[in-house]
Design a protein around this ligand. Structure first.
Ligand code: CP
Length: 304
């Protein structure tokens, strides 16, 4: 298997490395069912979590993943760091590197931050979400969840619904699922579909009722109000009417369609709370799989 130093996106990540992530994650999933969940794979290594943007799932799951692998973990927060005193991001990284970090996990609101950091450090860099650009570990856990449920990715019809324009989850899932031969479609209001969509190998729908008919997997995206400084949608009421997965639409799906969401979910906007008992278990399983996937990513990067 080709080893890699950094995980920045899925576009430039070899297929065989992703296959290895799935294989290792399957073993770690078994470890997570044991009463004692710790393995010594990263003993003596240091993982630094640099989160400059809010996160619940990704940050906690990277922290737990590193701890279960017996790494030393440092959680860096901008509110208590010298970034508040004007220290640059790069100088912050260099200082962290001087303290012998082996893997740096970065989330930032600016697209490209993990790429820049990876050029200036000896440590491995993992992109934990860079603005609207990329979120590779989310896509890996989504693909892993689908593979576990369906036994394959090739030939599956995957629909991603919502704010495609601002979604790093959509971009990474498009890169990942198409790499493995799935047929990916996107659906959303016209002004939340990027104009460069024609560069991607995806089918575009604007009508959710038309799009959902024959799909094997539907990934509902969160409406990102924090990134929408202008009125991309006339109202949440209209968005919900046209694009929410409600009870009526849910009953029209194939019986084995997987409904997924990266979280956090705005219930009654992206998905009706009336169908929460049916869809929430799989969304929580995605979070659980995220732990095994992040353990596998940290483990394989430490080998590279
Ligand atoms: N899915 C996801 O990235 O969630 P967080 O923002 O809570 O990490």
């Amino acid at each position: 298997m080709k080893k890699i130093k950094h995980l920045l996106d899925l576009k430039n990540t070899p297929e065989e490395w992703i296959e290895e992530v799935f294989k290792v994650a399957t073993s770690f999933k078994e470890v997570l069912t044991r009463p004692l969940k710790k393995v010594p794979a990263l003993r003596g290594k240091t993982v630094v979590n640099l989160f400059f943007e809010p996160s619940t799932r990704t940050r906690i799951s990277f922290e737990m993943a590193a701890k279960f692998l017996s790494a030393d973990v440092i959680n860096f927060s901008t509110s208590v760091s010298s970034i508040q005193k004007g220290e640059s991001l790069l100088d912050t990284l260099r200082n962290i590197e001087s303290l012998s970090a082996d893997i740096v996990v970065v989330r930032d609101s600016s697209p490209g931050t993990p790429y820049i950091l990876s050029k200036y450090t000896q440590a491995s860099v993992v992109n934990a979400g860079d603005g609207t650009h990329s979120h590779p570990t989310q896509a890996l856990l989504d693909m892993f969840t689908v593979k576990q449920k369906k036994g394959r990715l090739e030939g599956l019809k995957v629909l991603i619904v919502g704010d495609i324009l601002h979604s790093r989850v959509a971009r990474s899932n498009i890169e990942g699922f198409t790499k493995f031969g799935a047929q990916v479609s996107v659906c959303g209001p016209a002004n939340l579909i990027p104009f460069y969509i024609s560069d991607w190998k995806v089918k575009v729908y604007y009508d959710f009722d038309q799009a959902l008919e024959d799909k094997d997997v539907i990934i509902m995206l969160r409406i990102q109000r924090e990134r929408q400084n202008t009125g991309y949608i006339p109202s949440l009421r209209e968005y919900r009417y046209l694009y929410s997965l409600n009870k009526e639409r849910f009953h029209r799906l194939k019986k084995d369609t997987l409904i997924m969401h990266p979280g956090p979910v705005n219930w009654d906007i992206e998905i009706s709370s009336k169908i929460k008992p049916y869809v929430h278990p799989l969304i929580l399983e995605q979070v659980n799989n995220g732990l095994a996937i992040r353990m596998a990513v940290l483990y394989l990067l430490s080998q590279g």
